[in-house]
Design a protein around this ligand. Structure first.
Ligand SMILES: Cc1ncc(COP(=O)(O)O)c(C=O)c1O
Length: 398
């Protein structure tokens, strides 16, 4: 099929929920993607924080190949090996006692909302089931997720949303205290708001939320779907704060490119959940779990996460220098680890096109942030290349 026929076919047959650029990606290798015309792109999107080990990682491919040949799917009616291996690794390397497996970020978030309400409704003399979420957050596109996402653009046209949800301002404990009620059972927060514009929580804020949850018998939930699994330069984002949640959601990078979602829970939450309370046909899929076992093993390999932190500091440092040089174009640099954002005066989308013309793929986070999300295996030379190209774009104008 010719490139133009594929693009025409996409426009004719696929629901138009995305605006895609005019090229067709065919294969990937390391930190590079190749299109059907033979062009090579340096990838600073990583499939939206999924491809931590780039494309074609030998160990991930081998695990997928071997597990596919053995067993691809049997449902959760039966025991399987990879799910238990992965669950054990996740529990042994986190605050959690139990995990629930599903297939995407939004699914793990939906599961989490149910777990919070079941806990609140059944473990208190007077049921508690309101949820407190944050303005500018992002938790996915299904109903519970958009209802707890504090950005009206994701709600518009889809009302009525889920009831029983209150919102407060991120990094503002006074606004949290104001929004809490006696019926609030959980506070739901991203340690770094990624889609909302790359805003890190302050240490006082996360610690304050933990204290409030302990004082008022509420659960603290961290959405680490985008920023967990090493992205911030620590295995879990919250480790940089020394504050632990009661539930954490993961997805994206964990599956090495295959769909997976996980809710990690403390035992006190698990105690409120009975057999039959929640389910997912494809959850704990043996192939996705086998890939995740390898991905997770590589993440926790001695020294690997340190390299992410180091390269993240380098990327952010170089972007800050660019900001000093071009203050009329870049008004701020935000981020941590290998998620970085440059706040631009012009619409961020203009820069995406300019980068693409120079064979580099970057993303946006909101209207005015150019987001850099390289694979975690990226080398410093490639970071230099991207920042140098940004410099050139700013010099030449978009
Ligand atoms: C913080 C956060 N939560 C939830 C989601 C939803 O994940 P998914 O697209 O896998 O449903 C995303 C996706 O970008 C995310 O960044």
């Amino acid at each position: 099929m010719k490139t133009e026929d594929i693009i025409k076919g996409e426009q004719q047959y696929i629901l138009q929920t995305y605006g895609r650029p005019e090229f067709v990606l065919e294969r990937g290798n390391g930190v590079y993607l190749f299109d059907t015309e033979g062009n090579r792109y340096l990838d600073f999107v990583s499939g939206l924080a999924v491809n931590a080990f780039g494309y074609g990682d030998y160990d991930v491919l081998k695990a997928i190949e071997e597990q596919s040949a053995k067993l691809m799917h049997v449902s959760n009616l039966y025991h399987t090996i990879p799910s238990v291996q992965l669950a054990k690794m996740l529990v042994e390397n986190s605050f959690a006692d139990r995990v629930f497996f599903c297939n995407s970020g939004t699914e793990s978030w939906e599961a989490t909302l149910k777990f919070c309400r079941k806990w609140g409704n059944t473990t208190h003399a007077k049921p508690k089931n309101r949820l407190l979420a944050f303005n500018d957050s992002f938790h996915g596109r299904t109903y519970g997720s958009i209802s707890t996402t504090g950005q009206p653009k994701y709600h518009k046209g889809f009302e009525p949303l889920l009831p029983g949800i209150d919102f407060a301002d991120f990094n503002d404990l006074a606004s949290v205290e104001k929004a809490l009620t006696d019926e609030t059972c959980a506070i739901l927060v991203e340690p770094l708001q990624a889609e909302g514009g790359i805003y890190s929580a302050t240490p006082e804020f996360l610690q304050g939320l933990r204290d409030l949850c302990d004082e008022r018998e509420m659960l603290l939930v961290f959405d680490e779907i985008q920023v967990g699994c090493g992205r911030l330069g620590s295995l879990w984002a919250h480790q940089q704060y020394g504050v632990e949640p009661d539930i954490m959601t993961l997805a994206k990078a964990l599956g090495g490119g295959l769909p997976i979602g996980v809710a990690l829970l403390r035992q006190k939450v698990a105690d409120a959940i009975q057999a039959g309370d929640h389910a997912a046909t494809f959850g704990a899929n043996p192939v996705a779990c086998a890939a995740a076992v390898v991905v997770f093993g590589k993440l926790i390999e001695d020294g690997f996460i340190d390299t992410v932190r180091e390269k993240g500091e380098y990327l952010i440092g170089r972007l800050e220098k660019l900001q000093e040089r071009w203050p009329e174009h870049i008004s701020g640099v935000r981020g941590r680890g290998l998620i970085a954002g440059a706040v631009t005066q012009r619409p961020a989308a203009d820069y995406l096109a300019a980068f693409r013309e120079r064979d580099i793929l970057v993303a946006t986070a909101g209207a005015d942030v150019v987001r850099f999300l390289p694979p975690l295996i990226v080398e410093k030379d490639r970071i230099d290349e991207v920042v140098d190209v940004f410099d050139e774009i700013l010099r030449q104008g978009v």
